[in-house]
Design a binder for this molecule. Structure first.
Ligand code: GLN
Length: 493
């Protein structure tokens, strides 16, 4: 029997299986049926893993039948961005250069989800190698926003966001280097979180910019976000940058309320010209809700964060150009036919395999790191990064949580920004400083503009995910918005 996954939470699924209301196999079949109904319109997936899903569900059903205690994500249909390794799948990063690459091991975060009983339904479309803010830079075609199929879902984790928004998966993982979880979260009306740098192991996620990348969840509710964080966070011997820092039980502490919490609205970033005034108004309404719940609201400036964008577009591509050097047609990736010598083989394989945005990033990064320009670009950008870190340190002396919109606009039309990279890059003005500083941040749906979702961006101190979950949960409960996209409800599958 199939169920409407857009109305079931992860907790309800686990409890329902334990109580015998339905089986994990029912849940897997419901997800696969919904994918079959919607995927032609949405294109959230590069690969649907029906076999893996049904196998994992059968294991959960065996556990339940034996009366064993069920792990926290038992029977929950989940999807993974296609830059995360999962044995038995391709991990293409939506690139022709890795089109036929099959994973030989599991990404740690993916493994933790599966060990917690999650049921993998597929690998999600993305911007090639996570370069982009719209999921249009995929070699396999764009993903469509379930709220309006003519619009982008945001990016680069747009497939993961669309899958959760449309109820094709209950949870999904994405990666966030400059906003790639939070911005698509905002544009699809989902809860989307980037944990503190070091909270989640990066082992097994294809590296974009190693000093910025972090894995995090998409969900429909804050409670499920907290639940997922508790599963994926933690030290991993396979990633030296993962930290051994105890995490509170987030699903418990999130109910503590926001009485007396100091919330700082980031005045100078809110005033940026490119920010749609209606998005700004929606954000301020959400701040009013927090004030009504007892939060103390004030204003703060983060002057160096204005330079986050240019600094990020030096540091990100510099690290990417180095990380992507391994895709050369010999060690990894597509190999061109008929090369004359090894140099010709490299040149042809890479030219054939990489799409235009990847080539742009590799060239920008190589230039910024080249002798003679290194100090002027890369060195300078690192200094800006330090100033941004200091801005946040100062602001967090006076405030516990900082607020901006997640994205300056709602979802834009497919094709609207694809010929103008700089206007596309501006989608991430609010999210990028967070990655440069390594702090955690979450996007929570806070209303609609023109019938399209707006995200409230909450930023916290290093390793203080608990305060973010508490703020997000209090807001979500008070606002009580219905964030089901019309596409999903109309279908009723
Ligand atoms: N949109 C940003 C970029 O294109 C961020 C991408 C990301 O976080 N992976 O670099």
């Amino acid at each position: 029997m199939t169920h409407d996954l857009s109305t079931l939470t992860a907790g309800r699924i686990r409890d329902g299986i334990a109580a015998g209301d339905f089986t994990a196999t029912d849940m897997a079949e419901s997800a696969l049926a919904r994918i079959a109904a919607l995927e032609g319109d949405v294109h959230a997936f590069n690969e649907v893993t029906a076999g893996l899903a049904l196998d994992a569900a059968a294991r959960v059903d065996d556990l339940a039948a034996a009366g064993e205690p069920l792990p926290p994500l038992a029977g929950v249909p989940v999807a993974f961005k296609d830059n995360m390794n999962l044995r038995g799948t391709n991990t293409s990063c939506s690139s022709l250069i890795l089109e036929s690459y099959s994973s030989v091991y599991d990404c740690t975060a993916v493994r933790r989800m599966l060990d917690a009983g999650a049921v993998p339904v597929g690998k999600c479309n993305m911007d090639e190698f996570a370069f982009g803010s719209s999921t249009e830079n995929s070699a396999f075609g764009p993903t469509h926003n379930p709220w309006d199929l003519d619009r982008v879902p945001g990016g680069s984790s747009g497939g993961s966001a669309a899958a959760v928004s449309a109820g094709m998966a209950v949870l999904a993982l994405g990666s966030d280097t400059g906003g790639s979880i939070r911005q698509p979260g905002a544009l699809t009306g989902t809860v989307a979180m980037k944990p503190t740098y070091g909270r989640v192991s990066r082992y097994g996620v294809v590296a974009f910019a190693s000093s910025l990348d972090q894995i995090g969840p998409f969900s429909k509710t804050v409670e499920e976000c907290a639940l997922t964080l508790n599963v994926i966070c933690g030290k991993d011997p396979m990633d030296a940058t993962s930290v051994d820092m105890p995490m509170q039980d987030l699903a418990a502490t999130m109910r503590d309320g926001v009485e007396g919490l100091r919330v700082g609205v980031v005045r100078d970033l809110m005033a940026l010209e490119g920010c749609d005034p209606r998005v700004r108004a929606c954000t301020m309404d959400a701040v009013e809700v927090l004030a009504g719940l007892g939060a103390e609201v004030g204003e703060v400036d983060l002057p160096s964060c204005m330079y986050g964008m240019p600094a990020y577009y030096i540091i990100g591509p510099a690290e990417a150009s180095s990380n992507l050097a391994r895709f050369d047609g010999i060690r990894y990736g597509h190999r061109a036919e008929g090369a004359e010598d090894v140099m010709d083989l490299y040149l042809r394989s890479r030219a054939e395999g990489f799409g235009p945005e990847s080539i742009r990033r590799i060239m920008l990064g190589t230039y910024a790191l080249s002798a003679g320009y290194y100090d002027a670009y890369y060195g300078q950008a690192q200094k800006v990064r330090t100033l941004i870190i200091r801005d946040f340190e100062k602001a967090f002396c006076d405030y516990d949580v900082l607020v901006t919109p997640t994205s300056p606009t709602v979802a834009f039309k497919i094709g609207e920004k694809s010929s103008d990279p700089v206007s596309m890059y501006l989608s991430d003005v609010y999210t990028i400083p967070v990655n440069l500083a390594g702090i955690p941040a979450v996007s929570v749906p806070c209303g609609l503009v023109d019938g399209l979702p707006v995200g409230l961006h909450l930023m916290g101190r290093h390793f203080d995910e608990a305060t973010l979950m508490r703020t997000a949960y209090s807001y979500e409960k008070a606002a009580a918005l219905d964030m089901r996209p019309p596409l999903a409800s109309a279908l009723g599958v």
